[in-house]
Write a protein that binds this ligand. Structure first.
Ligand code: AMP
Ligand code: MG
Length: 272
């Protein structure tokens, strides 16, 4: 019998341990297949719905979910499938694109900090401040000493958030180069997916090894006890969705959000 026990520990980038992104198999499924993974996902999503309701009612803690991954790794699909469990009223998705001139005129955390969820909310980042040590590094958009200093700035920023009631969970969706080829081809071949396709993605693909190197360093530098990274084998969408749902459900369970105590009410009240 396959079990989800230990999945979170297995996929976590341990703080201060040796970690090799290259050693994570993007095809790994923990023994699940498509059918069993979908079955297993349902109760995790139910648990997430219930926990989010409590988080919202309690209004004291927040959850920040960071989603990163190379082009076509499935960030949008993960949001559709997993965030679907949340009441939209208590959930906000923020997508970070190429910074605007105004954003660039501030420090790199400025645009990110203002999107951090307030108490009672779940915030999902589709890309994030990590682009400032990934794409920025790969394309040498700033000098090396500037992006290197960001690892510590990010750790400090996330420590601030954690210390003020925001639980941070970071996912790197890990696909193989072959899988990316297939997904890009599918986007090109399907007119309904053309809007997602850009020739620029092919240039990025040529820098695959540079991205992997940038991810490797970012994961090791910034996976902490309080703000851990999870590397999700993401070639199989059904395993990716299951793993993210499970890890989020476990994290929220640990936060133990609960409904606020009921006010003192008279007995046998009948509302007319
Ligand atoms: P997409 O996620 O496909 O909508 O693309 C968004 C694009 O914005 C990606 O190519 C990112 O690399 C890029 N991007 C996001 N954040 C930054 C940043 N801080 N600096 C430069 N490019 C960024
Ligand atoms: Mg894109």
């Amino acid at each position: 019998m396959i079990s989800l026990q230990n999945l979170r520990e297995r996929l976590r980038v341990g703080a201060g341990t040796e970690f090799e992104l290259a050693s994570v198999d993007p095809d790994y499924t923990f023994g699940f297949d498509k059918v069993t993974a979908k079955e297993a996902r349902k109760p995790e999503l139910d648990r997430l719905s219930d926990l989010q309701d409590r988080l919202w009612a309690q209004d004291k803690q927040a959850v920040l979910v960071v989603l990163q991954g190379i082009d076509t790794s499935g960030k949008d699909g993960t949001i559709r499938k997993v965030a679907g469990a949340f009441n939209p009223q208590g959930c906000a998705v923020s997508s970070f694109k190429v910074p605007t001139p105004e954003e660039l005129s501030h420090d790199f955390l400025w645009r990110v900090h203002r999107r951090v969820p307030g108490k009672g909310l779940v915030g999902i980042f589709n890309r994030s401040h990590y682009e400032d040590v990934l794409v920025v590094r790969v394309h040498s958009l700033v000098p090396e000493d500037v992006w290197r200093a960001r690892y510590e700035q990010i750790r400090n920023f996330e420590r601030l958030l954690h210390g003020t009631g925001t639980r941070i969970v970071k996912f790197m969706l890990h696909i193989s180069r072959d899988e990316q080829r297939e997904r890009l081809q599918a986007r090109y071949d399907d007119p309904a997916k053309h809007w997602k396709f850009s020739l620029g993605d092919l240039d990025e693909r040529k820098r695959w090894d540079d991205y992997i190197a940038a991810y490797q360093d970012a994961l090791v530098e910034t996976s902490t006890e309080d703000a851990p990274w999870y590397v999700i084998p993401a070639n199989r969408k059904w395993f990716r969705n299951l793993a993210v749902a499970r890890i989020l459900a476990e994290t929220l369970t640990e936060m133990a959000p609960d409904y606020p105590p009921a006010p003192d009410l008279p007995a046998n009240l009948l509302i007319e």
